[in-house]
Design a protein around this ligand. Structure first.
Ligand SMILES: [Zn+2]
Length: 394
């Protein structure tokens, strides 16, 4: 009995010593928010090879498998650039309660890892505020950028920034988005940022969100040549009063992607960039097949540029997903002649494509729910924060 007691004391002492030895202890302690921001921006941080330093999440709004197939057939390409990426999979997309999703609930799932009601942005079905991947990336010292071809206040970019019940309240989204102090926000929607008293405003109040942005340190750019000259952040790019329409003064999605990734990656602590091809959905709602092909091809060009950027660096992961399928598009092969059929003017509950490239992308292979993306990205930024802390203290 006495022997057992002595043995128990020795074992307990060993466990206590192991737990409280200084090195292990630091490793077990949670890293406090903001601690990492204290590190020098240009500090070279070695990361384990399987973890990327930067993540580019690209979302084709409304882009189903058939939209991709129709585009590759039309361009007489065997595969689109996104289909050539080494990792592939699919996502289920229903919103809270198994409903066919809208872009707000889908983007909330992608950004926060939680299913919510249609129309909600960054808020759970019960109204609880959900931390999104931009916030986690920013809190852990990363640079964050959002870019889109539609208005910045539209559901997809909005879910990566704000927490609101009403996706249609684009004026409130504009104000809330600027207060998030993201490093780079580029797209359309100038009309939601200027007061009602100015011509071209979409607002019903006299809030001057541009002034608010400037007070928060943002430099405003309005066209492609101003974008080309930008060398520092934070940057607010508003290239059209509404959605981008492809005029020559506007940068295209590929140009924005490369420039944004370059600016964000200057900071060695890493970055998160969300890129939305927002008008695939709009064309599909209108059953406009040439429009779907044009927008999908433009999105694919941006994907190709993002992969080239990641290839050159070796430490960037590119993930390509869609938020939902729009139009219920079907391609029918009648003796070699392909015809298309649209089965709805709305969204469907079909699974959507996923492609990946770069370190860490293999974790996304196969079939997942859309919440997996948000959960994994948030976990990634939290894990890297811990890794970086260990490496810096080593
Ligand atoms: Zn839609």
């Amino acid at each position: 009995m006495r022997k057992r007691l002595i043995l128990l004391i020795i074992v307990s002492c060993c466990i206590m010593l192991w737990i409280f030895q200084p090195n292990i202890c630091t490793r077990l302690l949670p890293v406090k928010a903001g601690e990492l921001s204290a590190s020098k921006p240009d500090e070279a941080i070695r990361l384990p090879r399987h973890l990327p330093r930067g993540i580019i999440l690209m979302i084709g709004d409304g882009m189903g498998f058939e939209h991709i197939k129709a585009t590759s057939l039309s361009l007489k390409k065997d595969k689109l650039e996104m289909e050539k990426m080494p990792v592939s999979g699919s996502l289920t997309t229903c919103s809270y309660g198994g409903t066919v999703t809208d872009s707000a609930a889908a983007a909330t799932a992608l950004a926060t890892g939680v299913k919510t009601r249609n129309g909600y942005l960054g808020i759970s079905s019960k109204g609880i505020l959900l931390e999104n991947v931009s916030e986690v990336a920013s809190r852990t010292g990363r640079r964050v950028g959002l870019i889109t071809t539609v208005t910045l206040t539209h559901a997809t970019p909005a879910a990566f920034a704000v927490h609101l019940h009403a996706r249609k309240d684009e004026a409130s989204i504009a104000t809330a988005m600027i207060l998030k102090r993201l490093d780079l926000i580029w797209g359309g929607g100038y009309g939601f940022f200027i007061p009602e008293s100015l011509s071209g405003s979409f607002r019903k109040d006299n809030t001057d969100v541009i002034k608010l942005a400037k007070n928060n340190g943002y430099q405003l750019i309005r066209n492609r040549s101003e974008m080309a000259q930008i060398t520092s952040l934070p940057s607010l790019g508003l290239f059209n009063r509404g959605a981008l329409n492809g005029n020559k003064k506007e940068p295209d999605l590929a140009e924005m992607t490369v420039k944004a990734a370059g600016l964000l990656a200057k900071d060695n602590r890493g970055f998160f960039l969300m890129v939305e091809g927002g008008k695939i959905d709009w064309a599909a709602h209108a059953h406009d097949l040439p429009g779907v092909i044009k927008e999908t091809a433009s999105f694919d060009k941006a994907v190709s540029e993002a992969v080239r950027f990641a290839e050159a660096r070796g430490d960037v992961m590119v993930l390509v997903v869609a938020d939902h399928e729009t139009g219920g598009l079907e391609l029918l092969d009648k003796n070699g002649a392909i015809s298309t059929v649209w089965t709805t003017f709305g969204h469907t509950d079909r699974d959507v494509p996923l492609y990946g490239y770069g370190p860490g992308a293999e974790m996304f292979a196969g079939k997942h729910d859309n919440t997996y993306i948000g959960r994994m990205l948030i976990q990634y930024f939290t894990t890297v924060e811990k890794y970086t802390k260990i490496l810096l203290s080593a």
